[in-house]
Design a protein around this ligand. Sequence first.
Ligand code: GLU
Length: 465
Amino acid sequence: MNPRVRFAPSPTGQLHLGGARTALSNFLFAKNQGGQFLVRIEDTDLERSKQEHTDQICDSLSWLGLNWDDELVYQSSRTDVYQESLALLLDSGKAYRCFASKKELEKVREETGSYQYTGIWRNRSNSEIEKELGKGTAFTIRLRTPDTDNTRFKDIIYGEISVSNSEIDDFIVARSNGSPVYNFTNVVDDHGMGITHVIRGDDHISNTPKQLLIYQALGWDIPEFAHLPMILGQDKKRLSKRHGATGVQTYRDEGYQPDALLNYLALLGWNPGTEEEILTLEDLVKKFDLSQVQKKGAVFDQKKLNWISGQHLSMQDNRDILSQARAINSEWGMTKPDDFCLAVAELIKPRSKSLVDLMGQSGYFFHDPSGFDERDVRKTWKHDTPEIIESVISILDSISGEKAAELETSFKDYMEANNLGFAKVMKPVRLALCGNVNGPSLFEIMSLLGKETTLSRLRMALNNF
Ligand code: GLU
């Protein structure tokens, strides 16, 4: 049977990296097995759920390329379905109404020292129930859970999990205002949507035994479960805002690209089993194996994300880079022709971790350096540097071409003839042209800047330092 899985975010904020990883795991599993990936918006908490969050989550999923099958399912539009299932439970006696007041429950809690419900309304007669209904007493609906044995399941990642039924009380499935609780709506929808595998964060692992009891009470087939380990911050605590950016939109704004982010998220707690770690979404779909995901929480490593992102960027087509960079900053490179910008992208992309980084590093291609790194100036600009720069200026003046290879030959000849080291000549030239001493091949830079700009910057440096 082809699997059907779902990502079920609660729309209370933007898509978090952890949520994106859950969505990705579902997507990869489904697509690897020729199945379907659905999205359900768990918006029953009317106060915290916002349509703008749903829109943002869906926008982030689409941007990541995690396109879902079928229409979005909104829990808020399924009230009738929940009520039908609650009625089924009540009719079959698998659930019952509990008229105990808050006060009464608190008193029991004080007496027993435990939050476990003691079954006050578990075995009441029909007439007692009718009487309360007649009075209009508010009630919750509780599941009649077994007292003996264990509830067990085999998690695809965690393995055998078993909870003693004595630890699960007759928990509430619908509140006194009639609204069903998360565990209940979740099960009703997973059943209704034909979900075969529930893949979600392991923060839900403690909900699963309760959900299994709901499936059993309703006589429904139970899906398989896979609980994904949490993403952790460097301090091994669950990744949160305290650790820095956690929202997909934030990474998008910073110029990280979907394939890179997905690649990195997929590798959190999963090893593709090959040396090659740079994988496209298509590669990931082919290789993904849920049963190989580790139980241990994976620490989020910004450096590794940057490396992966840089690798993806360096393989990316320059035209895509240009259009995506302009989606972030529409002004970028607009003072020059597109061909020039494409050449800049070609030079800078192997040393960039994101599009924003690439744009940030490329300033000197479009305007004179806005400042000079003081440390670089001190280390690079020596007493004999002006003389060298003068010579470089006259060499450049004397050659007609602007091709990088040609420039390189002329410079090398000059250095050899004067017994000058590479750094002694090239570093100050680089400083004058770029404002610092790091960057791609200087000959490529000069060739792209053109003779006029190169000479003017060298002369400016002579005047400035
Ligand atoms: N709405 C739940 C959450 O956002 C998801 C529950 C589930 O996947 O079963 O955590």
